[in-house]
Design a protein around this ligand. Structure first.
Ligand code: NDP
Length: 284
């Protein structure tokens, strides 16, 4: 039997509907500041889609588009202003920043209570300690997808391939938080296939087209493909995942690319912004 298609759209729609519903219970609309520096077309398009989704769920978002020539000091000054503004609930600085700006001090400067990307070390530490408040959006979206399709996590073997700060590591921490038995694999892992074959839940965030092949997957496993790889097939641009499509013949469930995890990140950002607004209200 072919794998169940774990489509992202219904999960994203549910996440957005819930965020919109929670907004109704707040005394005022949450406010999200989206900061972008330079003219990178991908960043421009990501920020545009975040801004649009925010408006759809009743979040008041504002885009701060700064010139390529903006200095670190100017960007830090804007972050400080947004930190100090009691009307701002969430701050997101779109990465990558231009080469002349060091990203780390900028991410460190964001007030952790307003860090809707969940990248600040305070939020990372809380996540690993099992006391998360704001979790990184892509792995948090994956947990939403597992819950939506009724896939149990507790007590099961989860293998995460990839250990980046934005996907692999937080994914492992969150699966651990849900009581999975977690292994993190990476480019130095010996006999990767033997490791991935142990997984009941296999999350792949490597950034290599069709990297995971059927013989690397345990029959019936749930396979989550985080990869977004832009390739060219017959002269046409095509987006493919990190998992080979033939894995559908072995897995119990598989997320499509496109149309899977990719749809969840922005939806989860909206949920995080509402969470930040709720928490700030409680903390006051
Ligand atoms: P990174 O390049 O930061 O990390 C890739 C990871 O894969 C590294 O940990 C690396 O190991 C590991 N890796 C590379 N080659 C191998 C190999 N041969 N065997 C085992 N592990 C390997 O990527 P990201 O985590 O940022 O992104 C991963 C993918 O997910 C990309 O395709 C990206 O586009 C996509 N993505 C999708 C998102 C979404 O759906 N919204 C959001 C973010 C990313 P090592 O650490 O040893 O180098």
């Amino acid at each position: 039997m072919p794998a169940l298609n774990l489509a992202g759209r219904p999960v994203a729609e549910q996440l957005l509907a819930r965020a919109a519903e929670r907004v109704q219970h707040l005394p005022r609309a949450p406010r999200l500041a989206l900061v972008r520096v330079g003219d990178d077309p991908a960043s421009e398009s990501y920020v545009r889609s975040k801004d649009k989704k925010a408006h759809q769920v009743g979040i008041q978002s504002e885009v701060h588009a700064l010139a390529e020539s903006t200095s670190s000091a100017e960007l830090l000054a804007l972050v400080e202003r947004l930190n100090a503004d009691p009307g701002v609930d969430g701050i997101l600085v779109q990465l990558p920043l231009p080469a002349h700006i060091d990203e780390e001090p900028v991410l460190l400067a964001i007030n952790p209570a307003k860090d809707v990307d969940g990248f600040h070390p305070v939020n990372v530490a809380q996540m690993w300690a099992g006391r998360a408040r704001l979790n990184p959006c892509t792995p948090a979206g994956v947990l939403e997808l597992l819950a939506f399709y009724g896939i149990p996590v507790a007590g099961r073997r989860a293998v995460v391939v990839g250990r980046s700060e934005i996907v692999g590591r937080p994914m492992a921490a969150m699966l651990l938080g849900r009581d999975a038995t977690v292994t993190i694999a990476h480019s130095r892992t010996a006999d990767l296939g033997a490791v991935t074959r142990e997984a009941d839940i296999l999350v792949v965030a490597v950034g290599r087209p069709q990297f995971i092949t059927p013989e690397m997957v345990k029959p019936g496993a749930t396979v989550i493909d985080v990869g977004i790889n832009r390739t060219e097939v017959d002269g046409k641009g095509k987006i493919v995942g990190d998992v080979h499509p033939d894995v559908a013949g072995v897995a119990g469930g598989l997320t499509p690319v496109p149309g899977g995890v990719g749809l969840l990140t922005v939806a989860q950002l909206m949920a995080n912004t509402v969470t930040a607004a709720e928490l700030r209200r409680l903390d006051r």
